[in-house]
Design a protein around this ligand. Sequence first.
Ligand code: NAP
Ligand code: MG
Length: 491
Amino acid sequence: MIETRRPAFIDGKPKQLLIDGQHVDALSGKTFQSFSASTGELVADLALAGAEDVDRAVRAARAAFEGPWSRFKPAERQAVLLRLADLVDAEFQDLALLDVIEMGRPITAAMGLRGMLQRSLRHFAGAATAIHGETLSNSFPVDLLSYTLKEPVGVVGAIIPWNGPLFSAAWKIGPVLATGCTIVLKPAEDASLSPLRFAELCLEAGVPPGVVNVVTGAGETGAALSAHPDVDKIAFTGSCETGQRIIAASAGSVKKVTMELGGKSPNIIFADADLDAATPAAAMGVFNNSGQVCAAGTRLFVERPVYEEMVQRIAAFAANLKIGPSLDPETVIGPLVSAKQFARVSSYLDLGPQEGARLVTGGHRVTGGALDQGHWVAPTIFADVTDEMRIAREEIFGPVSCILPFDSLDEVIGRANATRFGLAGGVWTRDIGKAMTAVKRIRAGSIWVNHYFAMDPSVPFGGYKMSGYGREGGAEHIDAYLQTKGVWIRT
Ligand code: NAP
Ligand code: MG
């Protein structure tokens, strides 16, 4: 049974910035409001951080980086992360509910993230005591010992989107605590509450003040953070366009930058695949979180002999998905995050038929009763989509699947790669040779064979091409928060 009482954190009081361990108003006194995607109700008033607040937060993060935190031993940072994991687990329902209420993720799906969140925090805890340099041989004419030291990169500015706020906050703060960095986190204005509460739990877990700071606000807040001269690294998750702006802003002080951007991922079903398994996975590979997932398999390529059969099967599956309020445990399809996102998705619902695509199911807003207060879109399938259509090229970030027919392996790989993105891809076949060929040739950061969406903190995730650079998950995730120092000692 899922308890759906209101989390204590939503208490009607305005939410302040978290700087140097203190809850503070924006210096300008400005605030903004956050509304529930599902019910339309006001969830909270939040402080709107300006450039001067970002500056305060960066100063606090710098002082903490150089202060007592720098003397925390790896085992002490590990202990802090393990305490944080326990606190997060004890409060998991409330944390997940903040996302359910604020950005509209259906409650059953939100509760399902518990295991992954725990594995992640414990993974970062393990990483804290596993950081090491190397001893390297050299050919210098005199005797010199050469080795590397791994050191924390410093003050991290992290900017995250609204589609997975709790998880995104954990994947930015976790490696910061593991490596001894400090952080100023800017959540999305549509989903600030779970990151704010997560940061409070860091303090409760024994993270010193100033190590984890949160500046809530708008795009300008993120822009101020990405241009701040004393930020050493920017870790960004979000859209490609914003990512490009951040890269440009970071150039002034030559920051280290990692980018987790969008995608238009191919999911390829060959005629010899287990079609019973492929059907629900292909559908949920798009409709999960109402399509507001960066790695969604939104270009679904189906081999011609089974094309129409699969179009009908996936459409039947999609038409049966339960659409409802976010707090209803039966709900699979929740609302889009905002009116702005709805307008964006709607424009593509109109565009599909104009471009000549065949609407098989969905294609419209769902209203009535409780659904009148938010923006629900029925799971939508366009068939007979061709590569040059905009619905097949642009990231829609809504519950819209484009199904394209193909005739051969070479052809489909070429078409799968004909995109500026390269975040993920799927392959469905019983032929191991075909699967391995596709794995090698698809230019994307994650490939799933005969399933879709597996993620783990031990396995790297990230983009090729314009889907970004750097990896989250795996050793590279931790490494992105470290500097390497080469040391030479005359012996
Ligand atoms: P977005 O507009 O790029 O926003 C992401 C974050 O950047 C938000 O916190 C946003 O603040 C902030 N921001 C906006 N303008 C900024 C600027 N000029 N400088 C610095 N920060 C700025 O993305 P979104 O529409 O919220 O999220 C959806 C996008 O994220 C999709 O494209 C999706 O594919 C991508 N995404 C990628 C991944 C991944 O791991 N690869 C994961 C999730 C989402 P405000 O929200 O307050 O404007
Ligand atoms: Mg926004």
